[in-house]
Design a protein around this ligand. Structure first.
Ligand SMILES: C[S@@+](CC[C@H](N)C(=O)[O-])C[C@H]1O[C@@H](n2cnc3c(N)ncnc32)[C@H](O)[C@@H]1O
Length: 198
């Protein structure tokens, strides 16, 4: 990932993301977001493998979207706006935040979905899951995406150190997925990134 793009993302993070987390200053981004290292890794993976259509579950502050959207030809992001209540915002404020930040990144045509259960979606060769991390939600997220995925695809899961996300990965493995845990140097904000592919 080139310096100019890194700086642009960091500039947008500095401008827009402080309201989302008190841990902002710890690693230069939000504590509730992916780390810069994880973002760069997925960005570079998408470019290297020439992946085209991607979907993310868990837009959150929008930090991961900056990395993914700038690498993909077409990027969809899904969030049920559960994050709004923790910010004491209403949904329209969250949506306006995503639009503004993505527009400024040059991501002018990003569909903001509330669920993956909608019509007219293309086949995806890339997905990133970072939504609800509790109970069977991560497993449901994987299995709701599978019918939408192209033959050769990669699914990245975030926060894979957590028990329910780990359980989801085991369920995917039992369904024929291969697993790679991406290693990062110990750093605040890296809570486990795992790639699934068939
Ligand atoms: C940890 S944050 C995502 C962080 C984001 N990937 C980033 O790096 O900036 C999790 C998000 O998932 C959303 N979420 C929770 N449950 C969801 C669900 N069932 N479907 C879609 N999004 C959900 C929350 O509203 C929250 O915005």
């Amino acid at each position: 990932m080139n310096r100019k793009l890194k700086d642009k993302i960091q500039g947008l993070a500095d401008k827009y993301l402080q309201p989302f987390d008190v841990g902002y200053s710890l690693n230069g981004c939000c504590q509730s977001s992916i780390s810069p290292a994880e973002g760069e890794y997925m960005h570079d993976f998408i470019i290297k493998h020439d992946l085209q259509n991607g979907i993310e579950i868990g837009t959150g502050p929008g930090y991961s979207g900056l990395y993914l959207g700038s690498a993909l030809k077409k990027f969809y992001t899904v969030d049920n706006c559960a994050i709004a209540s923790s910010l004491h915002w209403d949904e329209s404020q969250v949506i306006a935040h995503w639009r503004k930040m993505f527009d400024e990144m040059g991501l002018i045509d990003v569909p903001l979905l509330k669920t993956v259960e909608c019509s007219g979606l293309p086949k995806f060769d890339f997905a990133f899951i970072d939504g609800d991390h509790t109970n069977d939600a991560p497993t449901k997220d994987i299995f709701s995406l599978i019918p939408l995925m192209a033959n050769n695809h990669h699914i990245f899961m975030h926060d894979t150190e957590g028990p329910y996300v780990r359980e989801a990965i085991i369920n995917a493995y039992k369904n024929g997925y291969k697993i790679e845990t991406i290693q990062f140097p110990a750093n605040v904000g890296n809570y486990g990134l795992t790639r699934l592919w068939t």
